[in-house]
Design a protein around this ligand. Structure first.
Ligand code: NDP
Length: 166
C-alpha cells in the first residue's frame, strides 16, 4: 500500500491558525480534490473538526485518543497513526492519503512513500507548522508553478517528492 502525505505549507512552514486554513487557493483545493477523491484519507481529530464533516467521495479515518469521539457511519475512528495504516492494509487499499494536521504529519513523515506539497509563496502568522524534513531523503519527481490571480491569493508550487531508497 502506497502511503502518501498531502499538505499546503508556507515558506515558514506554517500550515494553519486557530484550527483553520489561512489562505484562499482555489487551484490548490482542486489539486487536493483530484488526488484524494475515491481514497481513504487519514487525519487528526482537530483537522476533522476543522472540516466539520467528512469530505465527499472519500472515506475518513480519524485519529483520536478519545474512543467515544463520534463520526458518521462509513468512516472510521482509530487510536493511532499505526492503527490507521493497519486499517488501510487490512482493507487491501492500494493507497492512503495522510492529510494532516501538524501533530499527525510529525509522525507520518517516517511512514510515507511520497509527499505532495503545495509550497505557498507567503510567510503568514500561524500556530501549526509542517515539520522540517531531510531533503536528502527525498527527490522531486514533479513540480508545477501556479500564479496568483483572483481565485488564488498567492503564487504557489505543487511539488511531488518521492522517498529516495536507502
Ligand atoms: P491534528 O489535526 O493533527 O489533530 C490532533 C489530534 O489528533 C490530537 O488532539 C489527538 O486527538 C489526535 N492525535 C494526535 N496524535 C495522536 C496519537 N499519537 N495517538 C492518538 N491520537 C493522536 O491537529 P493540529 O492542531 O496539529 O493541526 C490542525 C491544524 O492544521 C488546523 O489549523 C488545520 O487547519 C491545519 N491543517 C492544515 C493543512 C494544510 O495542508 N495546510 C492540512 C491539515 C490541517 P484527541 O485530542 O481527540 O485525542
Amino acid at each position: 500500500m502506497k502511503i502518501s502525505l498531502i499538505v499546503a505549507k508556507a515558506k515558514n512552514n506554517v500550515i494553519g491558525k486557530d484550527n483553520q486554513l489561512i489562505w484562499r487557493l482555489s487551484s490548490d483545493l482542486k489539486l487536493f480534490k483530484k488526488h484524494t477523491t475515491g481514497h481513504h484519507i487519514i487525519m487528526g481529530r482537530k483537522t476533522y473538526e476543522s472540516m466539520g464533516k467528512p469530505l465527499p467521495n472519500r472515506t475518513s479515518i480519524v485519529i483520536s485518543r478519545n474512543k467515544d469521539f463520534k463520526i458518521p457511519e462509513g468512516h472510521h475512528l482509530v487510536n493511532s497513526l499505526e492503527e490507521a495504516i493497519q486499517l488501510g492494509i487490512s482493507r487491501n487499499l492500494d493507497q492512503v492519503f495522510i492529510i494532516g494536521g501538524a501533530q499527525i504529519y510529525k509522525d507520518a513523515i517516517q511512514f510515507c512513500d511520497e509527499m505532495l506539497i503545495t509550497e505557498v509563496d507567503a510567510e503568514p502568522d500561524g500556530d501549526v507548522f509542517f515539520p522540517e524534513f531531510d531533503s536528502k531523503a527525498w527527490k522531486i519527481v514533479q513540480s508545477e508553478q501556479f500564479s496568483k490571480d483572483e481565485k488564488n491569493e498567492y503564487d504557489f508550487k505543487f511539488v511531488i517528492y518521492k522517498r529516495v531508497n536507502p
